[in-house]
Design a protein around this ligand. Sequence first.
Ligand code: TYD
Length: 216
Amino acid sequence: MSLFITFEGIEGCGKTTQISLLCESLRLQGHQVVVTREPGGCAIADAIRQILLDPVHQAMTPKTELLLYAAARAQHVAEVIQPALAQGRIVLCDRYIDATLAYQGYGRGLDRALVEDLNQLATSGCRPDLTLLLDMPAADGLERAIQRNSLQNLATEGRFELEAVAFHDRVRRGYLDLAEKEAQRFRVIEARGSVAEVAERILAVVKTFFASRKQS
Ligand code: TYD
């Protein structure tokens, strides 16, 4: 039974760590799991990712940014996500359509109906079954992201990590708004706390989701 789960949240919310923990426990339960991320996930989309995240590209306009995310997504969906789902895999994806609505729509202020149309075009309507929103205040997340970068000895922050807290706060509020509008698909998870605590919250949500799918 294929299943498409996406992870969303602001910078530093801990998505990447939590995805690998969930992947591990699903594999232990015998599921076939594919882990992927956006922007990226395949060679063409990874090349677009380099352009998008390079801090040298300060001149990039919001429209260029939107179109590049959409282009990367179109390739990723066709090359990775759809084939994996067709083979009955569980796909765990680090960011997807909601990131574009939250960052380019709520964050940059682009027309959200237009973003939705582009999402539809890029994905051919391939929507997540479940979206886990790891929520925490923007200032907490940014602090974690900057700490992580200095631990990894990254000389520069990515383009988005250079944005002010106000930007990330708009993104966070955007995500919460989306979660409220699509409560069926979204689960909001408190992302503050230890890695183990958050992992437990996520497992509980996923277990409940599996149980509800079996019943229906
Ligand atoms: P990444 O280093 O993967 O950050 P994170 O670990 O926080 O996901 O960089 C991805 C960045 O791209 C992140 O700042 C969010 C941004 N983004 C968008 O603005 N729009 C999108 O559609 C996607 C997928 C990501």
